[in-house]
Ligand binder design. Sequence first.
Ligand code: SAM
Length: 441
Amino acid sequence: MKEQFLQRMKEYLKDEYDAYEQQLHQPLYRGLRVNTSKISVEDFKKLQICELRPSSICKEAFYIQEDIQGLGNHPAHLAGLFYMQEPSASSAVEILDVQQGDWVLDLCAAPGGKSTQIASKLNHTGFLVSNEIDSKRAQILMSNMERLGFSECMITNAHPQMIEKEMAGWFDKVLVDAPCSGEGMFKKHEKAMDDWSIEHVQACAVRQKQVLDSAYITLKENGILVYSTCTYAMEENEEVVADFLKRYPDMELIEANVTFGRQGFACEGMDHTKVVRIFPMDEGEGHFVAKFRKHGTQASNKIKYAQSEKEPLLEQFMKQQLNKIPNYILHVKDKVYYKKTPFIQLKKISILRQGICCGTIVKNRLEPHQHFYSAGEHQDAFMQVCDLNEEQTKSFLQGNQLDISGYKGYTCMRWNTYEIGFAKGDMTVLKNKYPKGMRIR
Ligand code: SAM
């Protein structure tokens, strides 16, 4: 019930409640985050896509106008140069402090805001497992990861307990951006406030504790765990942290070491000055973040690598397209994937994507996949490219054939020198290969 929720907020916020209540009637903060694995922030600004106001949370994240329309269909978005994300949502990954070469698990990953931020920071090094329990949401996660062009990643669709069974002790860093009661999103979905109930908050807390149990097991000794929610309820935040510390004495709650946000609410069993809260009064929507270090030892599952395979059709295709032979190749049914480092085999977990999907073997040829052209890993390396003007770009993204002559075979299509997809030339026209599901109207 709305009244009960607002009463709790009054008790939490005291003198600041009025400021919070006023914020509920203000437009939502909107923002975007630059995908620095494809473009520098400086070069992105030069594209002048929209007005950008810097955020104090993340140097790649910007506030944009609240009423801006159509950014999702902008060629820069479809080229994977940015991800639409309100800047305060980037706080958890900033606190996770991902370093190149890290092995990272994002246990509750869809639709991919935080996974794409982690993968941008890894910049085609290390390894990221992005897991999502819900199969439909996992597909959205996959399409976002593909659009932004990441390669050293695996996308899985599994229950955290399955992940824990196969990936014990694998990760330097684990993010649990937990399913929560979403009170921080009530500004966006005001009606949801009417459905608020303490029972739901408590049920979320039970689930959050279970997800943290799995996260704990996947973490290496000395590994870092970040727990985040987009809700205000102490039952789902400070109290979950206190319960976790009690059950796992080898986990230490550590300083987030950031200058944004404010400290948490006082709670027995944990130091509330070490956790971070963000409210709408702090130029964001509602977020809570806690950071832990694991001191105990952890038995780890042996990592089983797949034997790299041979695929002459892929080798031939790569030589034509990039003048390069892929490092590691894997066939999954009729699809071929490649990666810089060996492929990992799992026993019981459904892997939706690992590495770059190059294409499908159809009879005696390789029909390329969009991922091959969106992969930032080999950006700027295509042998045959066609640079499109604004009008041609729009027509290409709508799925039209282009009356551009002089191209034979598969051709990388670029907007402003950034890859947006591919077409097939027959010297007279370019036949459109932009995926049907991605076409704009
Ligand atoms: N990290 C995501 C992002 O930044 O785009 C948002 C994650 S959302 C807050 C939480 C996710 O947890 C949802 O996608 C939801 O499907 C998933 N989830 C729901 N129940 C779960 C469970 N029992 N274990 C793990 N994940 C769960």
